[in-house]
Ligand binder design. Sequence first.
Ligand SMILES: Nc1ncnc2c1ncn2[C@@H]1O[C@H](COP(=O)(O)OP(=O)(O)OP(=O)(O)O)[C@@H](O)[C@H]1O
Length: 355
Amino acid sequence: MTTLELHGVHKSYGAVAALKGIQLSVPRGSRTAIVGPSGSGKTSLLRIIAGFEAPDAGRVVLQGEVLADGSAIVPAHRRGIGYVPQDGALFPHLSVADNVGFGLDKSAPDRQARIDELMDMVSLDRAMLQRRPHELSGGQQQRVALARALAQRPKLMLLDEPFSALDTGLRASTRKAVAQLLQAAGITTILVTHDQAEALSFADQVAVMRAGQLAQVGAPLEVYLRPKDPVTASFLGEAVVLNARLSQGWAECALGRLPTGDTLRHGQGQILLRPEQLNVTPLISTPPSAGSGAVCAGTVVESDFCGAVCELSVQLDEDAGGTLVHVHSAGLDAPLVGARVAVSARGTAHVFPAS
Ligand SMILES: Nc1ncnc2c1ncn2[C@@H]1O[C@H](COP(=O)(O)OP(=O)(O)OP(=O)(O)O)[C@@H](O)[C@H]1O
C-alpha cells in the first residue's frame, strides 16, 4: 500500500526549473532515498512534501489525503509529517527532555513516560535528559532531533541529509541505527542525500535525481547493477563502461566474452561492469591465452591506496582496444604502477538500454 504519491510535481524559482514533473510512489513502511548531485532538486522536493513550499503544478497525496494540488496546499503543521533537518535544529536553550517533548502537551499526565519511551526508541540514555544540546555529540544531537520528530507519531518522516555533519564512522553507525529503529517502528521515511553509498545502504527504494527529474527509481541493487544510462551508473559508484558487440546473451568487449543475461539485444551496444567484478593478477611472462574467457593483459597506470581497498587504473593492451579500466584490488597485495597484469571479469555484464 502506498503512503505518499507525487504526481507531475513542477517547481520553478524565476527562470530556474528546479522540479520538472516528478512522479513517485513511496510504499507504506518503506525507506526511500532521494539521491542526486548538488542542485538537482532534492531539497526543493522535500520542502514541497513537507509543506514548506507549494508546487507550481502537480499533486502531493499522503495516505489518500490531497496535501497539495498546484498552489492549493495543506499547511505543514497539519500534514502529520516529521522533519529532521541537516543540523538537527535543536533549541539550544532547552534541555534534551524539553526538546524531545516540544510538541507534546505540557500538562499531559503521560508526558514524561512518552519522553522516556522516545529516548529508548532512539537509544539515548535517559541520564542525558537534563543536558543541553551543546553537551551532546553530533550523533546524539541527531537522535534527539529524530526523537522530537517521532513524538508527533508522523505518518511520514523526512530526513534532510541528517548524517552529513557526522564524521565517517559515526555517520555509518548512526545511519544504521536510525534505519533499524524506523523500520522497527514501521515509519515510512524519505531520506535526502547526495551520498550514493548512504542512499544504497539506508533505503529499500532509491530515487536518483538529475536536473529536476527522477532519472531512475528502484531497489538499491537494481539501480546499482542495472542503471538506465552511463551517467546514472557513474553517479551511483565507479563504473566500467565498455563498447561491446552483443549477441544471444553474450557481450564481446575489450575484456573478452561476458554473459549479459539479455538475449534480445544484438549488434553494437554499451555494457557496464562494476570495479569489484574485475580482478587483477600479476602477469609474469606470457599473456593470457586465447579461449581463457574474459581475461586480457594490461599495465597498471595509477594506484590509489585507500586502506582495505586499492583503486587501480589499468590500461589494457592495444590488441584489447587500449581501454582504461578501474579495478578494486585488496590493499595488502595490490600491484604497483607499471606492473603488467591480467584483468579478468566475473559475473554478468549489464547492457544499457538503447537510447
Ligand atoms: N529559493 C530559491 N530561489 C531560487 N532558486 C532556488 C531556490 N531554491 C533552490 N533554487 C534552485 O533550484 C535548483 C534546485 O535546488 P535544490 O536546493 O532543490 O537542489 P539540491 O539537490 O537539494 O542541492 P544541494 O544538494 O546542493 O542541497 C538549484 O538550481 C537551486 O539554485
